[in-house]
Ligand binder design. Structure first.
Ligand SMILES: C=C(O[C@@H]1C=C(C(=O)O)C=C[C@H]1O)C(=O)O
Length: 189
């Protein structure tokens, strides 16, 4: 019987045999994703979906070292390239980190977080990991719902490839996860 790995098996590098070749540079480029998209379209914009206290999924809680049931600040956005959604992004910040190291989190609204994360020399990025999400994962459904609301005609694939990493500022962690939507394939690599 074929045992499928859990959908949230995060990998240090995309398996080339199973990853669409167009996605590999998107999954592995450690620089700002907003900047990478901006270099490949006329205009990048951010559609803020939600920002507030919510629950982390188990693998997020584990990586952030959260206590069972601990709620965190969650920001979810769609990144749009020339008004077409190309990324569903989900950023998590433990509540204890909000006022201290990460007071940037509030008030960002429709401005891309990347502008702040990559401008502050006190912020460092840990290595990226990638994943192929499917309908077993709540994040797949959140991305799918966001895309359906913004672009009802776009078919959502059965799997979404994504990446994530921790950003640290004064030893306090913030987690950014980014899941690539079908229109990313229409941008140059
Ligand atoms: C981390 C970055 O910021 C981007 C913008 C985000 C936002 O505004 O919420 C979230 C994730 C990223 O895709 C980046 O540009 O690399």
């Amino acid at each position: 019987m074929l045992i499928r790995p859990p959908s949230e098996t995060w990998l240090a590098a995309p398996p080339r045999a199973r990853t669409p070749s167009h996605l590999i540079p998107w999954l592995t480029d450690p620089s700002s994703l907003t900047a990478r998209i901006r270099a490949r379209c006329e205009r990048v914009s951010v559609n803020l979906l939600c920002q507030g206290l919510a629950s982390a999924v188990p693998d997020e809680a584990k990586l952030l070292g959260l206590r069972p049931g601990e709620r965190v600040w969650v920001r979810e956005v769609l990144l749009l390239a020339d008004r077409r959604p190309v990324v569903f992004a989900r950023t998590l910040l433990p509540r204890g980190h909000v006022r201290g190291a990460w007071n940037l989190f509030h008030g960002f609204g429709a401005r891309p977080l990347g502008a702040a994360l990559f401008a502050d020399p006190a912020i460092s990025r840990a290595p990226l990991a990638c994943v192929r999400l499917d309908a077993r994962d709540a994040r797949y459904h959140r991305a799918r719902a966001a895309l359906a609301a913004h672009a009802p005609s776009v078919l959502v694939p059965r799997e979404l490839w994504g990446r994530r990493s921790l950003f640290h500022r004064h030893d306090r962690a913030l987690m950014v996860s980014e899941f690539f939507l079908p229109a990313i394939f229409d941008l140059p690599r």
